[in-house]
Design a protein around this ligand. Structure first.
Ligand code: AMP
Ligand code: MG
Length: 491
């Protein structure tokens, strides 16, 4: 059987200035490391065929599946605040689009499959470690219910790539509702190419924001909706302790999905100033700075859209300002709703944010583990006997006691069934996130010893993040004291 894939490539039908046609570079000795069978089925691709010899050739870039139209897309972007007018897919090739079983159109992209006209000085390659990191973290995000690109497969190429040292090369097959970025809009805006800008906006509306097409001002509606989705997305990140690490405008999807997992990581002890990325020297992309940066990036999107928002420049600026002013509301609403759920509060009351903030402040002052604090609150909501395990997470355990009294008063005001509350809290407070030491351990075993067992186990555990399963016992524990953890770019 061949791995038949039904492509329908709407992006490749856009004008030639949107992309460069390019073929993936072949891999000398491809080997399948991991296939996401469930995702293949959602995409109506036969997983058996994809795991077979013909499928492996596609996943490695050695053969282009029938119906695919490989392109590298053009985009610009602000990297750490500085504008670069031409970035584009330097190490990724979009094979085409597939309509899934759910009727949703998705991109299938190979990441790490060779040079493109956008590679600049890069080799267009990816190393196995970052490919596995993206696989683990993006699939974990999906299981946590957070919008994200997905990992369809990881293959090793049989080639080495030169980084700080020589590493095994790999290709990640990535799936996204689209790979259109804020930087894609910036690309055309910077060139003053309003016609292309309009074609791009129309494409994005048709693909992601169908309701906007019927609005009185479709481009304003598009901007509003991107702002709303991005606000909600960043709130969801904060609620699980996720740090993207490199929120450049070229790494922000206009579809509202988490995209481009480079130096991303989850924090263990709660500290809003947490930064892991080695290149983020000034903490621009620190955990607690992410809402501000999302707003900054959306401002760049709004600027790019100005020519479409109104004929009159002043009117366009006023419209953009109005839309951007709604970002804090979009973020705060989602963040506060999420915090309430994490604390087991089902009614909205004045003072809820202050109550949550008080806990977070005490956690920060006492280096309390973010994930475990909230997870252990689940049991404590039903039975104060569970407090002992919670207190132990705080350097000064009495810091918890003071807050818990306030919290219990608030829970009592609301009333309700303790067991039901605990169950609801367990559905929003994960027992497991891809902790740095676990991800590093899995990557190291794979890269240094070709041992993928830990990767498989961790991935399996991460698929059910709200459940502690006995087979995965050690994963749910506090991490060993990790100081100065650093992550690196270079997928
Ligand atoms: P990112 O790491 O996603 O922020 O990438 C920034 C830009 O650098 C994008 O245009 C990438 O395509 C490009 N890039 C990153 N790594 C490579 C590489 N190894 N070869 C070619 N281009 C790359
Ligand atoms: Mg990128």
């Amino acid at each position: 059987m061949t791995a038949a894939i039904s492509f329908d490539n709407s992006y490749a039908r856009l004008p030639p200035s949107f992309y460069a046609r390019v073929l993936p570079a072949p891999a000398p000795e491809p080997r399948l490391v991991k296939l996401n069978r469930a995702l293949a089925e959602e995409l109506r691709i036969d997983p058996e065929a994809l795991a077979g010899p013909a499928g492996l050739q596609f996943l490695a870039g050695n053969a282009v599946p029938e119906g695919a139209e490989p392109i590298a897309t053009a985009y610009a972007g602000h990297q750490f605040g500085y504008f670069v007018p031409r970035l584009g897919d330097g190490r990724a090739i979009l094979l085409g689009e597939i309509i899934g079983r759910d009727g949703v159109r998705r991109d299938l992209q190979l990441k790490g499959s060779g040079r493109t006209p956008f590679s600049r000085n890069g080799d267009g390659r990816a190393a196995l470690g970052p490919v596995l990191r993206e696989y683990l973290v993006s699939e974990a995000m999906a299981a946590l219910g957070i919008p994200t690109t997905r990992a369809l497969a990881a293959v090793t190429t049989g080639e080495t790539v030169a980084r700080e040292r020589t590493l095994p090369g790999a290709v990640l097959s990535r799936v996204a509702t689209s790979h259109i970025r804020v930087g894609t809009f910036q690309f055309f805006a910077a060139r003053g190419d309003v016609e292309s800008l309009r074609a791009l906006a129309d494409h994005v509306i048709a693909r992601h924001y169908a309701e906007a097409a019927n609005a009185a001002e479709p481009y304003r509606a598009l901007l509003d909706e991107v702002i709303r989705r991005q606000g909600r997305l960043v709130a969801q990140w904060l609620l699980v302790g996720f740090i993207h690490g490199v929120m450049n405008t070229d790494n922000m999807s206009v579809a509202g999905e988490t995209i481009d997992y480079g130096p991303c990581a989850f924090m263990d002890a709660y500290d809003p100033a947490t930064v892991f990325s080695s290149i983020d020297e000034h903490g621009r992309y620190a955990y607690g700075n992410q809402p501000t940066i999302a707003h900054w990036n959306l401002t760049r999107l709004a600027e790019s859209l100005l020519p479409l928002l109104a004929e009159d420049q002043e009117q366009a600026v006023a419209t953009a300002r109005e839309a951007l002013a709604r970002f804090p509301e979009a973020f705060n609403e989602a963040y506060l709703a999420g915090l309430r759920a994490k604390l087991g509060l089902s009614e909205a009351r004045e003072g809820d944010l202050a109550l949550a903030q008080d806990l977070l402040d005490r956690m920060a002052a006492n280096r309390a583990d973010f994930t475990l604090t909230f997870r252990r609150l689940c049991a404590a909501a039903r039975d104060p006997a569970a407090d002992a395990e919670l207190r132990a997470l705080f350097e000064d355990p009495s810091a918890y006691d003071g807050w818990a009294a306030r919290w219990r008063d608030r829970l009592a005001e609301e009333g309700g069934d303790g067991a039901a509350r605990e169950a609801a809290m367990r559905r929003v407070n994960p027992a497991l996130i891809p902790r740095n030491h676990l991800v590093e351990g899995a990557i190291e075993a794979a890269v240094e010893r070709q041992d993928f067992a830990l990767f498989e186990q961790l991935l399996d555990a991460l698929m059910t993040p709200f459940e502690e399963r006995a087979v995965h016992a050690g994963f749910y524990d506090l991490p060993p004291q990790a100081q100065g953890y650093r992550t690196f770019c270079g997928t």
